[in-house]
Structure formats: C-alpha cells, structure tokens
Design a binder for this molecule. Structure first.
Ligand SMILES: NC(=O)c1ccc[n+]([C@@H]2O[C@H](COP(=O)([O-])OP(=O)(O)OC[C@H]3O[C@@H](n4cnc5c(N)ncnc54)[C@H](OP(=O)(O)O)[C@@H]3O)[C@@H](O)[C@H]2O)c1
Ligand SMILES: *[C@@H]1O[C@H](CO)[C@@H](O)[C@H](O)[C@H]1NC(C)=O
Length: 366
C-alpha cells in the first residue's frame, strides 16, 4: 500500500457498493455507507419503489440520526442495469426478504458478482448463506444479523424506530445445509477482513456505534439466537389470530408456548453448532419474555406480511432450522408443527388468490 491508512477508501481507487433490495433495512444501512468525499460510492437496486427513489432519493426518519434525505450514487431498476456499470462492484449487499421458495436471489445477483466481489447478506433466519456459497464458491461472503426496528412507511420513506445493532462475520462453509460444517480457513480470513473493512466504514463514517465483528462460529451463534426470537414470536403471532408480541406474552398458554419454542432451539443448538452453546451474554427465554411485556405496539413482520397477502419468510425462519436440525438427528417439534400449519395456510391463501387476480401479481414479482 502506498498510502497511509485513511478513514475511507483508497483515494485513488473508488469503492463501489450496491444494495439489492431497497426496503427498510437496505435504505437505512445504505444511507450510512455512502461517503463520496471518502471515495465510497453506494447505489441501490430498487423494484416497486424505483421511480420514487430515482426521482427523490430516500427520505429517512430516524430515531438515531434524525431526519434526512439520502441520495445514492445511482438508483438502478434491475441487476442487469447495475451490471452495465463501467466498474466492478466491490460489495453486493443483499437486503431483500429471504424467500428461497419464491425467488433465487443468488442467481439474481450473479451478473453483479466479479471474482473480487464480496457478498454481504443482512437477513433474518438461518441457512440464508448456503445458496450464495453454492453459487459463488470462491467469493468472500459476509453474514449479517441486525437488531433494528424499521419500516418503509410509504414508497421511498423509511422510518427507523429504534436500534442499529449489526453483527457481521465471515461465512466460508463449503457444505450444504444439512452436511457437517466445513470451514475454509482462507475464505474465512478473507471474509473476516471484509467484515472489518465495511464495519469500520459503518462505524467511523456512518456513525453506527454498535457494529460487532465475529468469527464464523460466533456469528452463527448470534444468528441462531436471533432465530429463537423470530421463530417463537413471528409464526405464533399469525397462528394466534393476529396478536402482538406483548399481547401474546400476557396470555399464560401462549407464553408457555413461546418459551417452549425458544427452549427447543436453546437445547438443540449445541448439537447443531458443533458443541457450542449460547453464551452468558445472550438473553435467556425468560428474559426475552420479560422484556417483551414492555414492548407494546410493534406488529411482527410476519403478521404484517400475512395480512398484506405477501409471502412470509417461513423457509428461513422455520423450514431451514427444522431441516438443519433433522440433518443432525434433532427434532424441533414445536417448530415443525408451526411450519406445517403456516405453510399450508399460506398455500391456501395464495391458491384462493390464484382464482382471482392476486396470483398473477405474485408471479410477476418473481
Ligand atoms: N425491518 C426490520 O425492522 C428488520 C429487522 C431485522 C431484520 N430484518 C430482516 O431484514 C431483511 C429485509 O427486511 P426489510 O424489512 O427491509 O424488508 P422490505 O422492507 O420488504 O424490503 C425488501 C426490499 O427488497 C426488494 N426486493 C425483493 N426482491 C427484489 C428483487 N428481485 N429485485 C429488486 N428488489 C427486490 C423489495 O422490493 P418490492 O417493494 O418490489 O417488493 C423491498 O424493497 C429481512 O430478512 C428481514 O427479516 C428486518
Ligand atoms: C422527523 O419527521 C417526522 C415526520 O414528519 C416528525 O414527526 C419528526 O418530529 C421529525 N423528527 C425530527 C428530529 O425532526
């Protein structure tokens, strides 16, 4: 390196970043990562809100940073439009909803991925990285887990209600979902270096104070711990007839069910993650239930998607964990039950829609 370390990218070598999925999470984190004066240039690939973003940028209403407008380097209508850029993309950051049963997003981003591209996923659930690793065997992949409360309230307007926590770590596994995990040490150290690089931009330039970088196994621990919350509350909210989290924990029968789901994952994790347990620092099921009592108002995203007739992240929140656990000889019985019921309910809903005109819209979105 000819240059002393600077705060931003190499002054002579611009850094190009593109987000795929310009929704709540994508717009918020992109807006904290666009620093042209430090030679970091961030673009968005948008779909339904493309016209609004192209005309006006993103309007952000944030709890952490106040209100501001984010004007990205470019707003692009599709991956193929982004692939026509006259430079390779250094980072492709995927912030779509993870819907592997509906959309193969690893194939979607293929035109954007050059041999030097780092792929970063910021999504809920587990097993989200595997399709990317299969499709891109030698690119660094960074796995991201965020604790944030954000929503796109109208097209092009994103509100962050609270939290900014972002955990990043490498994902090197060459294995399929249910095979023994195999960590590739070269890809792991490359991914770790990329996680540090981008995490540093978010922290030092973007002002996000709680970016944490972990190694591969620790990141998976964090991912599975976040799953205990998502897998317990999201499906139960739909199956209980549309109740909020705080409302559910006030019902003794539901509270015991939620605790059961969390404990089921808790007990299975050492078998799934090669002997590793959730550490002392991670909130216990009882603590999660207790803090949920105070968290009134918020509606779980799966309930919002269910009521809007949109696909739910069922596969990555229920299907993948159930299958990964089975591959290790563990049954997640409560989750298997919720998975079967919700998959069926979603299929019935969409089948009924197929007789009208809703189905065509869903197919059009693939
Ligand atoms: N929101 C939160 O508070 C929160 C918190 C923690 C974790 N997460 C996780 O973060 C991930 C993203 O969630 P989100 O809340 O940001 O979802 P979201 O607001 O629905 O945003 C997803 C965006 O991806 C776009 N998209 C999907 N497929 C696309 C494609 N093929 N081409 C271009 N754009 C595409 C969607 O466009 P359309 O409008 O055209 O559908 C939408 O703008 C999820 O895994 C979620 O579980 C969210
Ligand atoms: C941001 O905008 C919202 C909506 O217009 C408004 O309610 C809020 O007070 C604004 N916040 C700040 C810090 O200006």
């Amino acid at each position: 390196m000819h240059h002393a370390p600077t705060l931003g990218a190499d002054p002579e070598r611009p850094l190009y970043i593109v987000f795929v999925g310009a929704g709540a999470v994508g717009c918020f984190y992109a807006s904290r990562l666009h620093h042209p004066s430090h030679n970091i240039h961030t673009s968005l690939i948008a779909r339904s809100n493309y016209a609004t973003l192209a005309a006006n940028g993103v309007s952000l209403q944030t709890h952490t940073f106040g209100n501001y407008t984010f004007t990205p380097s470019s707003v692009l209508p599709s991956p193929s439009a982004a692939a026509a850029a006259p430079h390779p993309w250094d980072f492709v950051i995927v912030t779509t909803k993870a819907l592997p049963d509906r959309s193969d997003d690893a194939t979607l981003i293929a035109p954007l991925v050059s041999p030097t591209t780092t792929i970063l996923l910021i999504q809920n659930g587990v097993g989200v990285e595997a399709p990317y690793r299969r499709r891109f065997p030698s690119n660094p992949i960074v796995s991201g887990v965020t604790v944030i409360s954000a929503e796109q309230i109208t097209p092009g307007t994103v509100r962050q209600n609270r939290w900014t926590r972002l955990h990043l770590g490498p994902y090197s596994h060459s294995a399929d979902l249910d095979a023994e995990s195999r960590v590739d040490s070269h890809l792991e150290s490359l991914g770790l270096a990329k996680a540090h690089q981008i995490g540093d931009y978010w922290t030092r330039l973007g002002g996000i104070k709680d970016v944490e970088i972990s190694d591969e196994l620790d990141l998976q621990i964090i991912r599975w711990h976040k799953l205990t919350i998502n897998a317990a509350f999201n499906p139960s909210s739909v199956l209980s007839g549309g109740r909020t989290n705080a409302d559910m924990v006030s019902d003794p029968e539901l509270r015991s069910h939620l605790k059961g789901v969390m404990e089921e994952i808790w007990e299975a994790v050492p078998t799934i993650l090669g002997g590793r347990k959730f550490g002392e620092g991670l909130a216990s099921p009882e603590r999660i239930l207790k803090s949920t009592e105070r968290n009134v108002g918020g509606r779980p995203s799966m309930l919002v998607d269910w009521e809007a007739g949109r696909p739910m992240e069922l596969e990555v929140i229920l299907g993948n964990p159930v299958k990964i656990a089975r591959g290790r000889g563990v049954r997640l019985g409560r989750m298997e039950g919720m998975y079967a019921l919700l998959r069926s309910a979603q299929g019935r809903r969409d089948g009924e829609k197929g007789k009208g005109k809703g189905k065509g819209k869903e197919e059009g979105k693939l």
